[in-house]
Design a protein around this ligand. Structure first.
Ligand code: ADP
Ligand code: ASP
Ligand code: MG
Length: 604
């Protein structure tokens, strides 16, 4: 009998009527011939209330006790849900994470799932029960209760769907599905009929709170087809699987991370090992870093800038302070009034003129870009928090995300129980060899890092405009001119520009470097920049896999491996599926060897 996992978020179980409505949905699915596992979140805003309560007692609640407290929210919901199913005349058993056997590591409040036992759930299902699982929680080796991070019930649901080899995982929430951006921030946002794992993973990790990003890591790794839909209406919702909605569109969605903070370590010696000293200390505190940008060095000193979640600024500054002292850096700058706006799309990897369209939209709104970082499938900019919503909406509009794309095959997208959706789910799953999936599920650690590939690209060159003024419109003009010259730009980074000014660096095909430098020089004159530098041949090393950003250790492994070979990192960019570093052109093969060796134990 097929298994369906149905997850109900906080708003979908906020009161007794909603709990009963959710119970009816599960019963209906069972009556249609499925075995049903429900995963439920804490009621309404209960988790927030518990967090508040803890902070009324102390500013520094011990993480272990926080987990003990927060897990109670879901325990209330599962018990009430089981009662609701019983009251409607059907069999149900509620289980906590520990009772299911969801084993995690011991990183309290951010635990990762290591393994899940299916035996008890399967027995209960076979006996005709609806199994009601508490989302967001697990247990570590010492039987301590752990939680998976805010929003983590999605991850429980997809992980259960993976181990139970469920036909589908339905995520019931308070919106109709996944939109091109948060519909509460931009009401013009459009409901997507489907979205690929890569795009959803990136959007989720860049602020699209509709899905917990780690749930998409699971889905991609184990080929779980996800269907996001409203618990309040019967609209068809959004399918998340291996296919994008319209492959030709450069951008599929936009996201906002409102609460970011930026940190700049100034005057760091530009030698191998400096980045490692900074980021290993931050990673030791399990803080996820984004938008890492290093200035091209002047007088042997460089600035290293990056962003962290605003709530982790204090802890990140402690880490950075230690590193700055060790490195003899000249100072540390930070700001917590910034937000990150990003666009994501599989299609942008094959098109020119995407970045400049985003920068132009911001320039036309008079919005200053404080930092830029791109990867193959996303462009992120850091802006003042006060500008963030305006920036998001301008960018959303610039890519026409509110309009329905013309080329879309809707036949495969809707109706979880329908044949079309089953075919779509089947094709998504067929992409993954079942034997391979089972083998990996039996591994010790379900959420462990998986690397697919390490590769070297020696076809690119670097161009840097030094001392770019901190005013709106510079990036827009620059990349419009570069695009007008027909030059394909790969990586773009703009560093944070404090007293001295920011630098803007990009990579281009090596055979176009002379022409790119010419364009950059012309612009540098117009903008009164300090000058243009370039490197005719750089080596770009790429490590690809799943969940690379949320595993804080990936960049560290790379920095360490390169430092040991005395190789300096000139540029880095990170996404959920890829980390790229640029090093000197002559060091490409040595860097490839170093990274391949460093990733050997996590290679798929
Ligand atoms: P749940 O409690 O059901 O897990 P969440 O609040 O975690 O619900 O997620 C749903 C919310 O995600 C929506 O109310 C919406 O405001 C927000 N959201 C952010 N980005 C998006 C997006 N791209 N599409 C849909 N919703 C989004
Ligand atoms: N209740 C938890 C939270 O609010 C987990 C979840 O809802 O996904 O973060
Ligand atoms: Mg959620």
């Amino acid at each position: 009998m097929p298994i369906i996992v149905q997850k109900f978020g906080g708003t979908s179980v906020a009161d007794s009527q909603k709990i009963l409505a959710a119970a009816r949905k599960a019963i209906r699915a069972q009556q249609q011939g499925n075995q049903v596992v429900m995963v439920v979140s804490a009621m309404g805003k209960n988790t927030d209330l518990l967090v508040d309560l803890a902070h009324q007692i102390t500013d520094h609640p011990p993480a272990r006790e926080m987990d003990m407290l927060l897990a109670t929210g879901e325990q209330v919901s599962v018990a009430l849900m089981a009662m609701a199913v019983h009251s409607l005349g059907h069999k149900a058993v509620s289980l906590t994470g520990a009772q299911i056997g969801i084993k995690t590591d011991s990183i309290h409040t951010k635990a990762r799932i290591q393994s899940i036992s299916t035996e008890r759930m399967q027995q209960l299902l076979d006996a005709g029960n609806i199994v009601i699982a508490a989302g967001f929680q697990g247990i570590d080796e010492e039987f301590n209760i752990t939680t998976l991070g805010r929003g983590g019930s999605d991850t429980t649901a997809v992980a259960l769907a993976a181990v139970l080899k469920a036909a589908t995982c339905e995520i019931y929430t308070d919106v109709d599905g996944v939109y091109t951006t948060d519909p509460r921030v931009a009401p013009e946002a459009r409901l997507l009929s489907r979205i690929s794992y890569e795009e959803m993973l990136e959007l989720a990790s860049l602020g699209a709170g509709v899905m917990h990003s780690r749930s998409i890591e699971f889905a991609k790794k184990f080929g779980v087809s996800i269907h996001v839909r409203s618990s309040l209406s019967d609209t068809p919702g959004t399918l998340i699987n291996s296919q994008p909605e319209s492959p030709d569109q450069p951008v599929s969605g936009a996201a906002l991370t409102r609460d970011e903070a930026r940190i700049t370590v100034c005057g760091v010696p530009d030698v191998p090992g400096s980045s490692l000293a900074v980021f290993s200390r931050v990673a030791d505190r399990n803080i996820t870093v984004d938008m890492i940008v290093q200035n091209v060095a002047e007088n042997g000193k460089a600035d290293i800038s990056f962003t962290v979640p605003r709530g982790e600024l204090k802890s990140a500054l402690e880490a950075v302070g230690e590193a700055a002292a060790e490195l003899g850096a000249s100072g540390v700058l930070f700001g917590d009034d910034v937000a990150k706006v990003s666009v994501v799309g599989l299609g942008m990897a094959r098109q020119t003129g995407v970045a400049d369209r985003m920068f132009r939209a911001l320039a036309d709104e008079g919005i200053n870009i404080e930092m830029i970082s791109t990867s193959e499938i996303k462009i992120s900019v850091l802006v003042a928090r006060d500008d963030a919503v305006r920036a998001l909406r301008a960018v959303h509009q610039a890519f026409g995300l509110q309009d329905i794309p013309t080329i879309t095959d809707y036949s495969l997208t809707h109706g979880a129980a329908g044949g079309a959706a089953k075919r779509a789910a089947a094709s998504a799953r067929a992409a993954t060899d079942p034997a391979d999936v089972v083998a990996r599920l039996q591994g010790v650690n379900m959420e462990e890092l998986v690397i697919d590939d390490v590769s070297l690209d020696q076809t690119q060159a670097r161009v840097t405009m030094m001392g770019v003024p901190d005013t709106p419109g510079v990036a827009a003009k620059t990349f419009e001119e570069v695009a007008a010259a027909g030059i394909f730009v790969d990586m773009i980074v703009q560093s944070y520009g404090h007293e001295s000014l920011a630098s803007l660096t990009f990579t281009v095909p090596a055979d176009r470097v002379a022409q790119s430098v010419e364009v950059a020089r012309r612009l540098a004159d117009t903008f009164h920049c300090k000058g243009v530098t370039s490197s005719p041949s750089v080596a770009k090393l790429s490590v690809s896999g799943v969940g690379l950003r949320s595993h804080t250790g990936v960049a560290i492994r790379m920095f360490r491996a390169l430092t040991e070979r005395d190789i300096n990192v000139a540029m880095i960019n990170t996404s959920e599926v890829r980390v790229n570093v640029v090093v000197d052109g002559t060091q490409g093969p040595a860097a490839l060897e170093a990274l391949t060796a460093a990733m050997a134990d996590v290679r798929r």
